[in-house]
Ligand binder design. Structure first.
Ligand code: WT7
Length: 662
């Protein structure tokens, strides 16, 4: 297929000449991968990572698809992000943080390293060791990143749970992980209101829980109330850390307040570094397990190539550490390159809708990586917020999480990048560990709305049905689904033999440019967050009034997709005026069910609409006809073949209730 050449946006000349990765590097690397695929990965791994023990084997595929990268080499993620910079970049800012109230804090590489070592010692003191699962339920703050690094330093497997998840969702993850340690904080501010994370964390571990130690960072002024009926150890991290450091200093006769360095645990390249849960097409989220060396290698290389990270840059990725983007492109990839990473804990429209632009101006941000849903909000809030600020420090923009769409792309390009900053539209997933498809800002022209070619080393292909797949293993691929090898094989490796199936539809154009079409499964994308329709249905089924439900997505102007749930109530709860009196009105029921989903999963999963109906449209074989529900939810007369419907009257009834609710 050809692309319309009018849509092509050339790269600015200065990028072509000064980029970390230029056309020549690109051609050489492509040729090298073609000649010797594994040899090229081996060479990159030797050049980019510090190895405590060199690897002899690049890839062990003897048990594919359980591919093992660099299995006999020894390295450490945190060491590669921090220690290696101490000599040349010790005083350079590694992390700059601002909270919603405007308080800021900067950490040099030396200080960040010391803080990580301190927390490592603290965790070791609690008995945390290699392979233990540690759950982190925190906001986007320096302490969360320190905790992540302390885990990888020990070889403990961290599992960060996004702070927007509800107690039930947190509990499910803790239980499956058999995590003994939960690290949290007493709260943080969002739109000026305190979010009481500790309360949710406590609820998640009340009753039967594998958690033995609850670690609390004091992040808001409210006093820590540590009395609890929980039969576990509760720790005031700040206070205990101080004691620990004092003790260490006394024992080691250190004269300064220096923390004894914590030698990292040397891990096999294939040891698990972290597990991050993501939604799939069943009711239960899956624990995506990542390796150590291959993951870091690709996080480092893609940060350097795609974001063109330079030593003098201030880089800002707005993703939360609760998602994969916050792992690969906040906590690890940029630090592995010795970059200065900016993070902001708060809402983009607090106190005003210009907060992001004020931050870009204040910190002279050069690289800004965000999500289409955020860009659509900026668009809706209006240009006046942008025009108030000097954004001239920006030199590169990035987008991730969902298809950006041509119009939003152009708006971002013109109004934020002032038509001089390249945009990298990066396609990847929790499972891929790092960016797979994107233009490179020193190499490839841009086509608004089209992500771009696969990166060097990534074998992206599209089958005749339009399914995107990756036909060769790559270093940062997931190593499996935690405790569920079957789900790993069936979900990713069965549809197209020997090829990894991400679940996205795509088109391919001239010069290998790939346009992502959206998901091909029952996974929906709300504000760049993946949610399974079955996951929401499972949450609804837990409510005492619900008999069954079917969840679908409809287009949403800001969120990309919005959730609509068709719900059939238990017998006796429908229609009758009597029951309305005793159980509340339909509107009340809908509100309760929306809240229920938010309480089960998290606020981001709250349906836009609940449509209570008498019956779901099912085929004779009992399958819910979702395309029909999609039409109905959008006030469209259902199209296509309805002959397989078991009860044709259901359509008219559904149309009537859906309209009634408007
Ligand atoms: C799904 C992965 C990758 C980190 C954030 C989301 C969609 C992601 C793009 C993009 C079109 C995209 C895909 C993918 N997606 N980036 N640039 N263009 N779609 O990670 O939660 O694992 O979701 O997000 O559908 O499969 P995730």
């Amino acid at each position: 297929m050809q692309t319309n050449s009018e849509e092509i946006i050339p790269l600015p000349l200065n990028f072509k000449t000064h980029a970390n990765f230029n056309l020549e590097n690109y051609k050489d690397l492509q040729a090298s991968f073609q000649q010797d695929y594994l040899g090229t990965w081996a060479k990159l791994a030797q050049e980019e990572l510090f190895w405590h023990k060199d690897f002899l084997q690049t890839l062990d595929d003897s048990e594919k698809p359980f591919y093992k990268w660099f299995p006999d080499g020894e390295t450490n993620i945190s060491y590669n992000c921090l220690d290696i910079h101490l000599k040349d970049r010790g005083e350079k800012a590694a992390l700059i943080f601002e909270d919603e109230a405007g308080e800021s804090e900067a950490f040099s590489y030396k200080v960040l390293h010391a803080r990580v070592c301190e927390f490592t010692a603290y965790l070791k003191n609690l008995g945390v060791k290699k392979g233990d699962r540690v759950c982190i339920y925190m906001s986007l703050c320096p302490e969360a990143i320190i905790a992540m690094h302390a885990c990888t330093r020990i070889g403990a497997i961290h599992s960060v749970v996004f702070a927007g998840f509800a107690a039930h969702a947190l509990k499910d993850r803790i239980d499956e992980l058999s995590a003994k340690i939960l690290i949290t904080q007493n709260g943080f501010y969002r739109r000026g209101k305190m979010v009481n994370l500790l309360e949710v964390a406590t609820e998640a571990i009340s009753g039967n829980s594998p958690i033995e130690d609850l670690l609390i960072f004091k992040r808001v002024k409210e006093p820590l109330s540590l009395q609890s009926s929980l039969k576990i150890q509760i720790h005031d991290v700040e206070r205990e850390l101080k004691n620990l450091v004092h003790l260490a200093i006394k024992n080691l006769n250190l004269s300064t307040h220096e923390v004894p360095e914590q030698t990292p645990e040397w891990l096999s390249g294939n040891d698990t570094s972290f597990i991050l849960y993501t939604s799939g097409s069943t009711g239960k989220p899956k624990g995506i397990e990542h390796n150590t060396a291959g993951y870091l290698l690709w996080a480092k290389l893609t940060s350097k190539w795609v974001f063109d990270l330079k030593d003098e840059d201030v880089y800002w990725c707005t993703a939360d550490i609760g998602w994969i983007t916050g792992h690969s492109y906040v906590a690890y990839g940029p630090l592995a390159n010795g970059a200065t990473v900016f993070i902001y804990e708060g809402a983009p429209n607090f106190p005003e809708a210009d907060r992001y632009w004020a931050l870009i101006e204040k910190y002279k941000i050069n690289i800004f990586y965000t999500a289409p849903t955020a860009i659509r909000s900026f668009q809706a809030w209006g240009l006046e917020y942008i025009e108030k600020h000097d954004l001239s420090s920006l030199r590169l923009l990035g987008s991730v999480g969902e298809p950006i769409g041509t119009e939003t792309w152009k708006w971002f390009y013109q109004n934020i990048g002032k038509s001089k900053c390249p945009i990298v539209d990066t396609w990847w997933q929790t499972e891929t560990g790092g960016i797979m498809i994107s233009t490179l800002p020193g190499v490839n022209y841009m086509i608004p709305g089209t992500a771009g070619p696969a990166l060097p080393g990534i074998s992206a292909e599209i089958n005749p049905e339009g399914l995107l797949h990756i036909s060769k293993p790559w270093p940062s691929m997931l190593k499996g689904v935690y405790k569920n090898p079957d789900r790993y094989i069936k979900g990713y490796w069965t549809t197209i033999p020997d090829s990894y199936l991400p679940g996205d539809l795509a088109d391919i154009y001239a010069e290998g440019y790939i346009k992502i079409g959206g998901r091909n499964d029952d996974v929906i994308n709300v504000s760049g967050h993946r949610l399974g329709t079955a996951e929401i249905e499972t949450a609804l089924a837990k409510h005492q009034t619900v008999n069954e439900s079917a969840v679908i997505a409809i287009p949403h102007a800001i969120k990309g997709e919005g959730i609509v749930a068709f719900v059939v109530l238990k017998q006796g709860l429908m229609n009758s005026t009597d029951s309305q009196q005793s159980h509340g009105s339909t509107e009340e029921r809908e509100r309760i069910l929306k809240e229920h989903v938010a309480n089960e999963i998290g606020a981001h999963a709250k349906p836009e609409r609940i449509i209570i109906c008498e019956a779901l449209p099912k085929t004779r074989s009992g399958k819910v006809m979702r395309r029909l529900l999609k039409d109905i939810a959008q006030d469209r007369l259902p199209e296509g073949d309805l002959s397989t419907l078991e009860d044709k009257d259901v359509v008219a009834k559904l149309l009537a209730v859906a309209k009634l609710k408007r």
